[in-house]
Design a protein around this ligand. Structure first.
Ligand SMILES: Cc1ncc(COP(=O)(O)O)c(C=O)c1O
Length: 394
C-alpha cells in the first residue's frame, strides 16, 4: 500500500488540474495524462493500420484489462464483462433474472433512477413487487427492516452502494451477509464507489456488481464493467445475445458461452478500453486504501468548511461518508450556484429530485449542489470554493 503520495506530482500528471478547480469527480473525473495518451496513441494506430489490425496488435493488452478489473474487485477475470457504462452493465445483470407474479425485489431508498425505472418496467411486465426497505436515523438502509423483508418471495436484493445524491456509504457488506444467509441474489450498483474506495466482492458478498470507468476510476467516458460471481453465471441468461456471447453451432442451434463475456458484444471501442486499463493500473499503484483515506479526509474537511459559509447546509447522510459532498445554499437555486462557480473556474454539478426520487421526496429536497472531491484536490481548492460561495452574497 502506498505511503502519502506527492499530491503536487499527481496534479502534474493531470493536465486538467492546471485549468480548473475540479469538484465533479462523481460526474467524470479529470483523466491522468497517461490515460489520455494511451487512448490517442491507439486512435493513431487505427488511423495508420485499420481498426481490426490495430486491435490484433494490442490483443494481449486488451485481454489484460480483465485481469486489472479482477485485481481491483478481487475476483477472477472470467467473472468480468466489459461494457460501455455502468447502466448497461447493471441492465445486463438485472434483465438476465426471471421474475414471476408475486416475486419481490428488495431495494433501498437511495436507489438510482435508471435502476428503479427498470424495476418499474419489469413490475409492469411481470407483476413483481418492489419493496423499499426503511432507512435508519443515519439515512442508511435499516438492516433489521431489510432482514424482516427477506422471505422466499424475494428474488433479488438491489442496492446502490453510494448514491448519486450524497456522501452516504451504504453498509453493503452487511446487506451482502443477509443476502447470503437468505440465499437471495445481491446486485450492487458500485458506480460511485468504484475507484474511491477499496472494494472486495467477497467481503461485500455481492453476486453482481456494476461500475463505470469515467467517475472515480478516472478512465475515459464510454467504459464500464460488470462482475458476476461464477456460481451465479450459470443461472443467468443474457437478455441480448450476439456471436461473441454465443456460438451458432448448427443451423438450428446456438450455445451461450459460460464466462461473463456472455454479457458482452463483439464490437467495442478498443481505445477507451486501453485507457481504462491504464486508469485502473494507476489507481492500483496508488492503492485503493490510500485513495479512500485521502478522499474521505478531504471530503470531511470540505463539509466542515462549507458549514462555516452562511446559508450553506451540508445535506450528506450516513455514518460512513465518502468523497461526494452535497449542499444547499439558501436562497440560491442549485443551478445558479453551479453557474456562479463555473464562471469562477470551479466545476460542481447539480442533482435533481428525479435522479434518486424516493430519497429526495422523503427528505423534502428538490435539488442539491454536488461537489465531489478526489485525491488530487487540495485544501487550498476547498478554501477557494468557500470564498467564491461567500462572494456570491457580496
Ligand atoms: C449510483 C449510480 N448508478 C449508476 C449510474 C450510471 O452510470 P453510467 O452513466 O456509467 O451508466 C450513475 C451515474 O451517475 C450513478 O450515480
Amino acid at each position: 500500500m502506498a505511503e502519502d503520495w506527492d499530491i503536487t506530482r499527481l496534479r502534474e500528471e493531470t493536465a486538467g488540474c492546471a485549468q480548473t478547480t475540479f469538484f465533479n469527480n462523481a460526474g467524470a473525473s479529470l483523466q491522468p495524462r497517461s490515460v489520455v495518451a494511451r487512448v490517442i496513441e491507439h486512435l493513431r494506430l487505427e488511423e495508420r493500420v485499420g481498426g481490426y489490425e490495430a486491435a490484433d496488435l494490442v490483443a494481449p493488452e486488451l485481454d489484460a484489462l480483465y485481469g486489472s478489473v479482477a485485481r481491483l474487485l478481487h475476483c477472477a477475470p472470467e467473472e468480468i464483462a466489459l461494457q460501455e457504462n455502468a447502466t448497461r452493465a447493471w441492465e445486463m445483470a438485472f434483465y438476465s433474472l426471471r421474475f414471476f407474479p408475486g416475486d419481490r425485489i428488495v431495494t433501498a431508498a437511495n436507489e438510482y433512477a435508471s435502476n428503479y425505472i427498470a424495476f418499474l418496467q419489469v413490475a409492469q411486465r411481470t407483476g413483481v413487487e418492489i419493496c423499499v426497505a426503511e432507512s435508519n436515523q443515519a439515512g442508511e438502509v435499516d438492516l433489521e427492516a431489510l432482514e424482516g423483508l427477506l422471505d422466499d418471495r424475494v428474488k433479488l436484493i438491489a442496492l446502490t452502494h453510494v448514491p448519486t445524491n450524497g456522501g452516504l456509504v451504504q453498509p453493503a457488506a452487511q446487506v451482502g451477509m443477509l443476502a447470503r444467509r437468505a440465499g437471495i441474489p445481491f446486485l450492487l450498483d458500485a458506480c460511485q464507489s468504484t475507484g474511491q474506495m477499496h472494494l472486495d466482492v467477497n467481503a461485500l458478498g455481492c453476486d453482481m456488481l456494476c461500475a463505470t470507468g469515467r467517475k472515480y476510476l478516472r478512465g475515459p467516458r464510454g467504459t464500464g464493467f460488470l462482475y458476476v460471481r461464477r456460481a451465479m453465471l450459470r443461472q443467468m441468461e443474457p437478455p441480448l445475445l450476439d456471436l461473441r456471447a454465443a456460438t451458432w453451432v448448427s443451423a438450428g442451434k446456438f450455445e451461450v458461452r459460460d464466462d461473463a463475456k456472455k454479457f458482452e458484444t463483439w464490437e467495442a471501442a478498443a481505445a477507451p478500453r486501453l485507457g481504462l486499463g491504464v486508469a485502473i493500473e494507476y489507481a492500483l499503484a496508488l492503492g485503493l486504501e490510500w485513495i479512500e483515506r485521502r478522499v474521505q479526509s478531504l471530503a470531511t474537511l470540505m463539509r466542515e468548511r462549507l458549514a462555516d459559509v452562511k446559508g450553506v447546509v451540508v445535506q450528506d447522510l450516513g455514518r460512513l461518508r465518502c468523497g461526494i459532498v452535497t449542499f444547499t445554499y439558501e436562497p440560491h437555486p442549485a443551478g445558479e450556484v453551479m453557474r456562479w462557480l463555473q464562471a469562477n473556474g470551479i466545476a460542481v454539478r447539480t442533482i435533481e429530485r428525479s435522479s434518486t426520487r424516493i430519497d429526495m421526496e422523503r427528505r423534502g429536497l428538490d435539488e442539491l449542489v454536488r461537489a465531489s472531491v478526489h485525491y488530487y484536490n487540495t485544501e487550498a481548492e476547498l478554501e477557494r470554493l468557500c470564498d467564491v460561495l461567500r462572494a456570491m452574497n457580496n
